[in-house]
Ligand binder design. Structure first.
Ligand code: NDP
Ligand SMILES: N[C@@H](CC=O)C(=O)O
Ligand code: NA
Length: 820
């Protein structure tokens, strides 16, 4: 025998009842005997309470509400039952409704609604639904009859939540089932007292009825049919990747429901749990899905965490003071007073110093708790031994739940690390000694992000998602987008990493989509529906979205986003950027960004600031971290200038070469940043800072190579006009160097004294810089360890592909950091 329980939604309309009938008909055909417990049609119980309240307050509109209740049931009958059979069912319903009307009239006249009358009123919901379902089943060839549970479930006379007399009930149930073969459609929730009065079983009453019948009949399983696919790993409305669990232990189910998962209310299932009867949570609207088995074992041994549940709104109340230390009886006074005041505590923590006791309550109870404690500890507070009670609002509780967490090190570490990396501060922690539940109190605004981050780490370990915000879709940004698009499949299938571009912008438009933008589209189409863009607006929205595992990618060339890096990092969002400005403007800002990243434990990566995709900054940081001392840095740090001077030969026009360099994506958006030496100066400054020198931009000496007229030109086009006029000047310098067997190179140097210079030098063919080709950069580190033979890094140092690839690599590094 199985007991099946169908909730209000499952029987909420003719269509749904039809669905229930299909399920039951399958059972009947399989020969498996079942007892069926049903709730009232959805919404009816509330209406019955409301109709009672209206009648009791002398409000005549109770009559129209009663009509409403009537029509819900009559409509279902008309839609389900064939016309020739309708009269019997309608007659039954009318009879019931007449009784109900009489009772309401009495309530209306007496202006009194006792718990006892309320129980009678509410009983009509299940009485009507069960009858209609039984009649429909019979019509559909499944011989069934209504069993009004008041005939068999005996309780005391405590109305509104009566206590079951199991001895009488069990024998009445077994006797009833021994005498009938028909499928019994049992009214959930209701019962009767010894004197025959109608009682109800309190919250979760229909589940309770199912458990009572299951236990009495020694059922092999109790199926709770609802409108979701069983118990989910977490709230699917918050975490779209939540999925339903195969199996949970009774205790796990208990913990899950305490912290928010409302699928079952385990206290009501105690009669079945005591007899070790398996429970299965199933979906009426997806009957082929096996649902979640709730049994004595947790199952799925390799899953330390089975679910993440939460309570969105709580307040934290803290009692503290020296007067609490080592004084026995403090907690008993505290909790005693709160219990007398009717305050229920959701979570309690006390540090071993005994200096503070903190507990969580529903926000509505916070003020009352404070008042109660202040009364109880009035004397201690007056003498200063106990501090004024502190109340923190706008908090949430989040709990990871699972029996297999017990004795398994590392689970809590994972929880705290994921929250920490996402910038979520923990206000309180509690873990039961059973290790079944680790609960943390966090700020409410971080709940969404935290649930998503934790769900990913505990349930999607074979799949991680990184939320990418892309500011700037110019040469580098757009190339990066293409690379990400091309590599997405590989990252997903081979590295289990999903790159979710959730925000994108150029200088005109910005667009956001939490579920991910379609980066297979050209950038203009991606941005087509966007709103007016600004760096500040983009960053504000990114912070407001507060997504887990977020990375900000700044592919702009200006400073409007740079100014916001510190704020972004302080909001626990990692950054990767080819933009050099943050690291090469004031020392103070450089240090502040570094400190912000460190403080929040997030990444601030900018390898492409020097040598584009070449590994330059990373190796330098490694040298420094491993205790080496940088003595000297020399380098060809500009891809553009390298290309120009490597390529420049007799008969060529210098200005044409600059145009080529721009075409090839080597130059900055304004090539004067390259030719004027600003770009190289930024790079040597960044290297100097990374090597440990506290230098300002003004500490770098740049010997200009461009005539002033070029620098003063209004636009890039005007600059090219002026540059043409300077072609002879460049040719002269080149030819002079050539006569000496030398080549021109723009060399950046940081010398032993920490002096940084950028100057155009003529180098002979024995010099390593002489043989460079294309956009080659070369960086030469002389250090205490690399003294006789310096460390040399060489390769293409500019261009869209290599730069974008460098940024891409850092996005993946950040992904690996955040997610593992
Ligand atoms: N080229 C190379 O080899 C290397 C370049 N870099 C650096 O890469 C960065 C990008 O260079 P590159 O791609 O050539 O520059 P682009 O000028 O081609 O692109 C810049 C992008 O930023 C957008 N943008 C500008 N201001 C804003 C704003 N306030 N809000 C939103 N978007 C904005 C632009 O919008 P719109 O399209 O509307 O103009 C454009 O899409 C620079 O910092 C550069 O120094 C670093 C290493 C190597
Ligand atoms: N414009 C720069 C690009 C890399 O930083 C260069 O030419 O090196
Ligand atoms: Na680099």
């Amino acid at each position: 025998m199985k007991v099946l329980k169908f909730g209000g939604t499952s029987v909420g309309s003719a269509k749904n009842i039809q669905q229930v009938a299909n399920i039951l008909s399958d059972y009947q055909q399989s020969g498996q005997r079942v007892a069926v417990v049903v709730s009232a049609m959805s919404g009816i119980t509330n209406k019955l309470i409301e109709v009672g309240n209206r009648a009791a307050s002398g409000d005549e509109t109770y009559k129209s509400l009663l009509k409403d209740i009537e029509s819900t049931h009559l409509t279902a009958i008309r839609e389900l039952i064939e016309v020739r059979r309708q009269s019997k069912t309608i007659a039954f319903v009318k009879l019931q409704l007449n009784d109900l009307e009489d009772i309401l009239r009495g309530i209306f006249l007496l202006k009194e609604l006792s718990l006892r009358s309320l129980d009678i009123l509410q009983s009509f919901g299940e009485r009507l639904s069960s009858y209609i379902i039984a009649e429909f089943l019979t019509q559909e060839g499944v011989p069934a009859e209504q069993l009004d549970a008041r005939k068999v479930v005996r309780t005391n006379s405590v109305f509104g939540g009566a206590k079951v007399d199991f001895v009488t009930t069990n024998s009445a149930i077994t006797k009833h089932f021994a005498e009938t073969d028909k499928m019994q459609i049992v009214t959930g929730f209701i019962a009767s007292s010894e004197s025959g009065e109608t009682t109800t079983l309190g919250r979760g009453g229909s589940d309770y009825t199912a458990a009572i019948f299951g236990a009495a009949l020694n059922a092999t399983e109790i199926e709770i049919w609802t409108d979701v696919d069983g118990v989910m790993t977490t709230d699917p409305r918050v975490v779209p990747t939540a999925f339903s669990l195969q199996q949970l232990s009774y205790e796990e189910a208990m913990e899950m429901s305490h912290f928010g998962a409302k699928v079952i209310y385990p206290p009501t299932l105690q009669p079945a749990i005591k007899k070790n009867i398996d429970l299965r949570i199933r979906n009426t609207f997806n009957p082929s899905f096996p649902g979640t088995l709730v049994t004595s074992k947790s199952g799925q041994e390799d899953w330390p965490v089975k679910g993440i549940s939460s309570i969105k709104e709580i307040a934290l109340v803290t009692l503290s003071g020296s007067g609490l230390i080592g004084v026995p009886g403090v907690s008993s006074r505290l909790f005693g007073a709160l219990a007398r005041g009717g305050v229920s505590m959701i979570l309690i923590t006390q540090a071993s110093s005994e200096h503070t006791i903190t507990f969580a309550v529903a926000p509505g109870d916070a003020t009352e708790s404070k008042k109660i404690i202040e009364e109880e500890f009035f004397n201690e507070m007056a003498s200063g031994k106990v501090n004024p009670v502190e109340v923190q609002n706008n908090l949430s509780i989040l709990a990871i739940i699972g029996e297999n967490m017990a004795h398994r090190p590392g689970v809590a570490a994972k929880l705290f690390s994921a929250l920490g990396k996402n910038g979520v501060n923990i206000a309180a922690i509690a873990q039961g000694s059973s290790e079944l539940n680790v609960s943390v109190v966090i700020e409410q605004k971080h709940l969404h992000k935290s649930l998503n981050a934790l769900h990913e780490i505990f349930f999607l370990s074979d799949m991680a998602e990184l939320n990418v915000f892309m500011l700037g879709l110019g040469l580098i940004g757009n190339t990066l987008l293409t690379q990400m698009r091309d590599q997405a499949e590989y990252l997903l299938t081979e590295r289990n990493l999903r790159l979710n571009v959730v925000g994108a912008a150029n200088s005109k438009k910005m667009i956001f989509n939490e579920t991910g933008l379609d980066i297979s589209l050209p950038k203009d189409e991606i941005l087509a529906e966007g709103e007016t863009s600004s760096a500040a607006g983009f960053v504000e929205k990114m912070i407001e979205m507060n997504l887990p595992n977020s990375v900000f990618v700044d592919c702009t060339a200006g400073d409007s986003a740079v100014k916001l890096y510190e704020k972004i990092l302080l909001n626990s969002i990692s950054i990767t950027t080819p933009n050099k400005i943050a690291n090469s403007s004031s020392l103070d800002y450089y240090l502040r960004c570094q400190a912000a990243a460190k403080r929040r434990g997030v990444k601030f990566l900018y390898e492409t600031n020097v040598g584009a995709g070449l590994p330059v900054i990373g190796p330098l940081q490694d040298l420094k971290r491993s205790g080496d001392k940088i003595i000297k840095i020399e380098g060809i740090l500009s891809g553009t200038l390298s290309y120009l001077f490597n390529t420049f030969s007799a008969g060529m026009k210098f200005s044409e070469l600059v145009k080529d360099a721009k075409e090839m994506g080597y130059t900055e958006p304004d090539p004067r940043d390259d030719l004027g030496g600003v770009d190289v100066a930024r790079k040597i400054l960044i290297l100097a800072r990374e090597a440990g020198y506290h230098m300002e931009p003004s500490d770098v000496t740049v010997k200009p190579i461009l005539p002033q007229a070029c620098m003063d030109a209004e636009s890039v086009d005007d600059f090219f006009v002026e540059l043409e006029k300077a072609n002879d000047l460049f040719e002269k310098q080149r030819a002079e160097a050539e006569i000496d067997g030398k080549a021109l190179r723009m060399v950046a140097t940081l010398d032993e004294e920490g002096k940084a210079t950028v100057s155009l030098e003529a180098v002979d063919n024995s010099h390593p810089f002489h043989g460079l080709v294309g956009s080659d950069n070369m960086v030469v580190f002389t250090s205490r360890r690399y003294f006789n033979e310096p460390l040399v890094i060489r390769g293409p140092g500019a261009g869209a592909e290599v730069t974008a690839a460098g940024v891409f690599a850092e996005i993946i590094t950040i992904g690996n950091f955040l997610i593992n």
